[in-house]
Design a protein around this ligand. Structure first.
Ligand code: CU
Length: 333
């Protein structure tokens, strides 16, 4: 265990990038890496949590009051009435208003994460705001929409759930024969005596200790930072769910159906997730590892993958170059 942490620290020191990983004893969400996750965190931490705290306190006070004031000793003869129109209107209307207040903030969030943005519209609308000199509106608009990234178009990735691993395909990256880049991402197993030996002999690598248990994979998904990613999920056998908490992304992978979503990560780094739909005996062992790297590093990785140099490509993304200054999301924080 101790040399695991030593190796983990060493790997974090050599790779100065951000790593999003659960910590022992931690509470709450992992830090947000996308605008989607930022909005979810705000909605939960700074909004619904206050409402539920107030409701819980109110109900606790009411319960205590009833127990003290109306117990048998304090109130031996109870009053005989069964209706009170005013209080009934209050306890119907107030909860309804609370639900409206919650819906008012959650529906835009749902819409934002669910609908893949139209990149041409983003470019046109942001250009229009700039041309009209509406800098405040532009500022607000570009908190949720990223015109610089929109200009570069989508990166498409498909994550297909299998019992029990993920197949990633990049339909836009094709080799000389016209085949799209596609590879299988397996968990790096930890727990059985032969696991380390099996990993090292099948891959020829020596980085077993740096792999977090039930999170690390042999071939991670790699995407460029600061780009719109459109992801598709489907499944080959049963329902899985492609989930990365730091991205605020969770989409069911259903056999015979193509689900889609989007996200944009500005901070290069390593992000972990797990299949989040009970899918069978090895459900716990189909983790998701996403390496977000600068564009040029992504291009080199893709080139090596397409050329069939999988180990070269793998080691090229183990070190993640530090982020370029003044990326969009970061500039706003
Ligand atoms: Cu699964």
């Amino acid at each position: 265990m101790r040399h695991f942490f030593a190796a983990l620290c060493a790997s974090l020191l050599t790779a100065p990038a951000f790593a999003s990983i659960p910590h022992d004893g931690a509470l709450g969400f992992q830090p947000a890496a996308t605008r989607i996750a930022e909005r979810i965190l705000f909605f939960h931490d700074d909004y619904v949590l206050w409402i539920i705290t107030a409701i819980t306190l109110l109900v606790t006070v009411l319960l205590i009051w009833v127990m003290v004031r109306y117990n048998r000793k304090a109130n031996p003869v109870s009053k005989k009435f069964s209706h009170n129109s005013l209080i009934e209107v209050i306890w119907t209307v107030v909860p309804a208003l609370i639900l409206v207040a919650i819906a008012g903030l959650s529906f835009p969030n749902l819409y934002y994460q669910d609908v893949v943005p139209n990149l041409e519209t983003i470019q046109a609308e942001s250009a229009e705001l700039l041309a009209d000199g509406k800098s405040a509106e532009y500022e607000r608009y570009t908190r949720n929409n990223f015109p610089d990234a929109a200009e570069k178009g989508f990166i498409n990735v498909k994550a297909q759930g299998n019992q029990w691993n993920w197949t990633y395909s990049y339909p836009d990256l094709v080799d000389a024969d016209g085949y799209a880049l596609e590879f299988v991402s397996n968990a790096v197993h930890k727990g059985k005596p032969d696991d380390e030996k099996n990993y090292e002999s099948s891959t020829g690598r020596t980085d077993y200790a740096t792999k977090p248990r039930n999170l690390g994979v042999d071939y991670p998904m790699v995407i460029p930072a600061g780009r719109y990613i459109r992801y598709y999920t489907a499944a080959a056998d049963v329902i899985h769910s492609w989930t990365v908490p730091a991205f605020g992304v969770k989409t069911d992978a259903v056999p015979g159906r193509l689900n889609e979503g989007w996200f944009l990560v500005d901070e290069p780094g390593v992000y972990y997730g797990q299949c989040s739909e009970l899918c069978g005996i090895d459900h716990a062992y189909m983790p998701i590892e996403v390496r977000v790297v600068p564009q040029d590093q992504f291009d080199r990785w893709a080139e090596q993958m397409l050329a069939g140099d999988y180990e070269g490509a793998y080691s090229s993304v183990m070190m993640i170059a530090a982020r370029e200054p003044s990326t969009q999301l970061a500039a706003k924080q």
